[in-house]
Design a protein around this ligand. Structure first.
Ligand SMILES: [Zn+2]
Length: 325
């Protein structure tokens, strides 16, 4: 087990050892092997397609490389090569506090595993993380940044601790309307969100398969909803597993910013497309945020907390002093 991971960690981290996974690509339906390797400080997260010529397979896991957001998030490089369904491994890496890693995959898609981020998290926790000497940078939100699409929206606002709040509303009695707000500190992601699986509806399966999507989809890697019942015999892992999975997806998409975001992400009916637009807007609105090292942010936060404590004490003392007169 790795030690407690915190977003407030001041230095960058990478894995102590490589970890390997074998699974099926949700959309391509092919067996895929993936190895997540430690990487140097300031390298960030990159994917490397091992099935392509050596110098053409590298794809940086960054918002500006997003090439497709239908059903999942795909990123690509200047050679036209892509890697699909990056959001769950990205969420696992960010949620566990991994800043630098090279994700090698021998196919066009990250394996879906059980449809959640739990298998990724379990292996990362098993090998543990090592602290690197470079400071961890973050994006510090100072003014609201928002994108809207009809009744859907995603907003980043200033906050002392990073938080993700998501609201979903499906016209289906099993999923219905669910909300969840998670403060991304310590092990919150690993304990509250990582096990939530992706989901789909029976009445959409045929159309998606016809379009060449979800070829690898099964009850082993998704919750399947048929009208008012869950098809999976084992049922749900959480009563509100659907919104928990949305939080997971959103964290994975936000991880494409390249560094943690110090702010409150709040979204209604979010999707990969909306999150991609939010990333573009974020990097267009450079006056609304700044880069800050975690040590500088922690020092500022400590100062604010001391000021708050002092002002609370002063407020408490005033009436006492008046009463004693
Ligand atoms: Zn997902």
């Amino acid at each position: 087990m790795t030690q407690k991971q915190s977003i407030e960690q001041v230095n960058q981290k990478t894995l102590c050892h490589p970890v390997a996974y074998i699974g099926i690509g949700l959309h391509c339906g092919r067996k895929v092997s993936m190895v997540v390797r430690p990487a140097k400080a300031n390298a960030g997260i990159s994917f490397l397609r091992k099935d392509l010529p050596v110098d053409e397979g590298l794809i940086a896991a960054r918002w500006y490389n997003v090439v497709d957001t239908e059903m999942s998030t795909a990123i690509g490089n200047e050679y036209g090569h892509t890697i699909d369904t990056v959001e769950h491994i990205m969420a696992a890496l960010r949620g566990c506090g991994v800043d630098n890693a090279l994700v090698e995959v021998d196919g066009p898609e990250v394996p879906i595993m059980d449809g959640s981020a739990e298998p990724f998290v379990a292996m990362i926790e098993r090998v543990g993380l090592q602290e690197q000497s470079a400071p961890r940078n973050a994006i510090w939100i100072q003014r609201p940044i928002e994108v809207r699409d009809g009744d859907k929206y995603a907003i980043l606002t200033p906050a002392d601790t990073p938080r993700i709040s998501v609201e979903i509303d499906f016209d289906n009695s099993v999923v219905g309307s669910q909300t969840l707000s998670v403060e991304l500190v310590d092990e919150a992601f690993c304990r509250q969100v990582a096990r939530a699986r992706t989901f789909g509806f029976v009445n959409q399966v045929a159309a998606l398969k016809q379009r060449g999507l979800i070829k690898g989809g099964s009850l082993h890697n998704a919750i399947l909803v048929d009208g008012d019942r869950i098809v999976n015999e084992s049922g749900l892992r959480y009563r509100d597993e659907f919104v928990r999975h949305k939080v997971l997806d959103c964290l994975g998409d936000l991880a494409l910013a390249g560094v943690p975001i110090l702010g409150h992400y709040h979204a209604c009916k979010p999707g990969h497309e909306l999150n991609s637009r939010l990333m573009h807007t974020l990097f267009e609105m450079r006056e609304s945020w700044s880069y800050i090292t975690m040590s500088a942010f922690n020092a500022l936060k400590g100062q604010n907390e001391r000021c708050d404590k002092q002002s609370r004490q002063n407020m408490n003392e005033t009436p006492r002093m008046q009463a004693s007169r």
